[in-house]
Design a protein around this ligand. Structure first.
Ligand SMILES: Cc1cc2nc3c(=O)[nH]c(=O)nc-3n(C[C@H](O)[C@H](O)[C@H](O)COP(=O)(O)OP(=O)(O)OC[C@H]3O[C@@H](n4cnc5c(N)ncnc54)[C@H](O)[C@@H]3O)c2cc1C
Length: 381
């Protein structure tokens, strides 16, 4: 039995970021079921930082993560973590009133968000059919994130500060002890005073193993694929383009186009695979709205975005199980919120004050607490 201060279950973006911020202060051991960390949701994202995305709490956590991405600590990565991209929500005539209202709302939080006319949109993304691009919202500060560099930076930094990572160490049993938690895995048994549940789509299952009340996590499948960029036009500077109903998006991706039907189908936690139908739906919607013709899908995949009822992450100790810390429900925002959520996890585990980056956003830890009313309402409903 190896004993440590904090055991983290899951080495995706959530577990890696928590380990990074905890490791300088205590002994940390990360347990990962797969042979490669990042195999699940973390390795399957669209890699975007969009500050206006999600509810007010998500936007605050995203905003608090911004400076980390732009100015990471020395040695975190050997190249920039963000690349300028921009994000455009384009709409038809019928969408204009709703889009303008959304734009006014977004501007209060991110003043640089712009209203684009049809001419603006078609100049930047000429493949859109004019009737689908009557006007729209452009967020110039939306960024492409280097997910691999961010994830590896967290893991490398955690290890440099003394954290250990065990892969092929799926947790199969969890029990309470007098002084914390005991965990049985394929790689041996471990004990710690604090257990951080960062198992992504499997967080409720881990809680069940530990005899802790679930938070009502729902994994939702999202499908994505890449295809060739159109010949004869330079698409590399296109922003991410989404329609007003969020029924598709596409963006440049390493010389190709990345596309998605923006689906969110409820499924059980699993190594989720893409459905042919989802790809066909995306192709149909994108070909209807643009002059793009998608002849060949290069690579397709699906991943799980896991939400609780109020679509807000859960980061806090379980109210009825001392030492059991939730880091779950990051939904479609788990990359762009990772620095602030990881730092928040460390401060809550260590009993320290809120990180200044979050305090500056007016954020309060109760918004993500495991016992909050929005969560309990979702569970009973
Ligand atoms: C198609 C798609 C597009 C997305 N686009 C974006 C985006 O543009 N921007 C953004 O910010 N977010 C995006 N997301 C969301 C983001 O990817 C997730 O929120 C984030 O990766 C969640 O990280 P995680 O560490 O919680 O989960 P995961 O990466 O799934 O990690 C959880 C880990 O726990 C491990 N685990 C589970 N059970 C056990 C066990 N019993 N024992 C040991 N280990 C276990 C798993 O093996 C896994 O490695 C997207 C997601 C998808 C699917």
């Amino acid at each position: 039995m190896q004993t440590t201060d904090v055991l983290i279950i899951g080495a995706g973006m959530a577990g890696a970021s928590a380990a990074y911020f905890l490791a300088p202060h205590c002994r940390v051991l990360v347990l990962e079921r797969e042979s490669q960390p990042g195999y699940h949701a973390t390795g399957r994202s669209a890699a975007m930082y969009v500050e206006t995305y999600g509810n007010a709490t998500v936007r605050a956590i995203t905003g608090a993560s911004r400076s980390f991405f732009f100015n990471p600590p020395a040695g975190f990565a050997d190249h920039p973590l963000v690349v300028e991209r921009g994000a455009l929500i384009a709409g038809a005539a019928a969408d204009q009133d709703a889009l303008r209202a959304t734009w006014h709302d977004m501007r209060r939080q991110v003043p640089s968000v712009q209203w684009w006319t049809q001419a603006d949109i078609l100049q930047r993304v000429p493949v859109l059919h004019p009737e689908f691009a009557v006007g729209g919202i452009f967020e110039p500060e939306a960024m492409d994130l280097d997910v691999h560099a961010i994830h590896q930076g967290f893991l490398r930094g955690a290890k440099a500060a003394g954290a250990q990572l065990r892969c092929d160490a799926g947790v199969s049993q969890i029990s309470r002890s007098a002084d914390g938690w005991r965990v049985a895995t394929a790689a041996g048994d471990f004990a710690a005073a604090v257990l951080v549940n960062a198992a992504g789509a499997w967080c409720d299952q881990l809680a069940q193993l530990a005899g802790v009340a679930a938070v009502g996590l729902q994994p939702r499948r999202r499908t994505a694929f890449t295809c060739d960029a159109p010949a004869g036009c330079d698409s590399s500077a296109w922003p991410l383009v989404m329609d007003a109903q969020e029924s598709f998006y596409f963006k440049p991706d390493a010389g190709l186009l990345l596309m998605s039907p923006a689906n969110q189908d409820p499924v059980a936690a699993q190594d989720v695979q893409p459905e042919e139908l989802d790809v066909a739906i995306a192709v149909d919607r994108i070909e209807t709205a643009t002059t793009l013709r998608i002849r060949q899908v290069r690579r397709k995949w699906a991943g799980l975005r896991s939400f609780v009822a109020d679509k807000t992450p859960v980061a806090g100790f379980s109210p009825d199980a001392p030492g059991f810390f939730w880091l779950a429900g990051q939904g479609g925002y788990g990359i762009q919120t990772a620095p602030a959520l990881g730092e928040l996890t460390a401060t809550l585990v260590l009993g320290r004050p809120l990180p200044p980056s979050l305090a500056a956003q007016g954020f309060c830890a109760v918004e993500v607490a495991a016992g909050r009313s929005g969560l309990l309402a979702g569970l009973s409903g």
